[in-house]
Design a protein around this ligand. Structure first.
Ligand SMILES: [Zn+2]
Length: 322
């Protein structure tokens, strides 16, 4: 990559915007428009991370590291320079494309009765909920045509994972939930793998910006669990998209001081509860208050509500959580 191309990439991705998109929050303002906050690169307890938005540079007085947005991506994602460039290019390019795909899937939802029927069966019927989560449907076989007509080149669609190497829509008969920098697809068909993501990271905790201000947060495994709780009025709910949290999700739960209610599945094989136990241990070590919610055997939060549970009953499960 030439010097000019590097400068162009940096210009398109201001450091401050990239930091904030990765949950960095400035703690105080310094002179000459500079900011100070907790360092996202090491376990920082008093703000030592300095950002100068005009020079587009950072420096940490704690761990002694500093540089531009490319250096930050290298350190933050723990990758080499060339991989950091690829990640930044992907981050810059994929946003509008995924937004457009999500919008298209949103329009498809009401046109496909099989999708509406599946959502009903999972307790999702409220238009406010569907709008809040921007739930859509990928019937398959029509996204590629729509996006190329809008002017997105085919290689970009393949690179984002929306279209396969053979040229077909990657998501077929899937309920689609937009995430930050990704799309999650839940298959309607039992023959296909139930859960799919586009290539790349699943991102941080779901809807974290709306949840992080609550002193008590409920964490669930799946987006249908999230949907059931949100619909029942628990807006302090977030979702880790699986029982294994990535480093970023752990960091999000650990920032500030809060109580986390783990409401993982009570599967009959105990895997959800085992995962909740080890996560609880890990968070407790980091100083987070954790309570584990015991759902009736064989239930997850979604099935609890779908099979007649109500907000009052769930609230008593929260109160009983240890
Ligand atoms: Zn640092």
């Amino acid at each position: 990559m030439s010097r000019q191309a590097l400068d162009a990439l940096k210009q398109q991705i201001p450091l401050m915007g990239y930091l904030q998109a990765h949950d960095w929050h400035p703690a105080r303002r310094l002179s000459r428009g500079r900011w100070m906050g907790l360092c996202p690169l090491h376990a920082d307890h008093k703000p030592s991370f300095l950002v100068d938005p005009h020079k587009d540079l950072f420096y940490c007085y704690g761990c002694g590291r500093g540089g531009d947005v490319i250096r930050f991506a290298e350190l933050y994602h723990q990758v080499r320079f060339s991989q950091a460039l690829a990640l930044l290019r992907q981050w810059r390019g994929a946003g509008p494309l995924l937004d457009e795909a999500a919008r298209f899937y949103g329009i498809q939802l009401e046109r496909h009765p099989e999708a509406v029927a599946y959502l009903l069966q999972r307790g999702v019927r409220s238009p406010a909920l569907i709008e809040h989560m921007r739930i859509g449907y990928a019937p398959g076989g029509c996204l590629r045509g729509w996006l190329t007509q809008l002017g997105y080149p085919l290689p970009a669609l393949c690179q984002a994972g929306l279209v396969t190497g053979a040229g077909y829509d990657a998501y077929v008969r899937r309920i689609v939930f937009p995430l930050e920098g990704n799309l999650y697809g839940r298959s309607l068909s039992a023959a296909a793998p139930p859960h799919r993501f586009l290539p790349g990271a699943k991102g941080g905790l779901y809807a974290w910006e709306q949840v992080r201000r609550y002193p008590k947060v409920i964490l669930v495994e799946g987006l249908f669990d999230y949907a059931a709780l949100w619909d029942a009025g628990f807006h302090n709910v977030t979702c880790s998209l699986g029982v294994h949290l990535n480093a970023r999700q752990i960091r999000q739960l650990c920032e500030g001081s809060r109580t986390v209610y783990l409401a993982f599945d009570a599967d009959t094989n105990g895997s959800g509860q085992k995962a909740a136990q080890s996560l609880a241990r890990r968070l407790t070590e980091q100083g987070v208050h954790v309570r584990r919610v015991s759902l009736p055997d064989g239930h997850d939060p979604n099935s609890f509500f779908v099979q007649g549970g109500d907000a009052r009953q769930f609230r008593s499960l929260l109160e009983a959580a240890q």
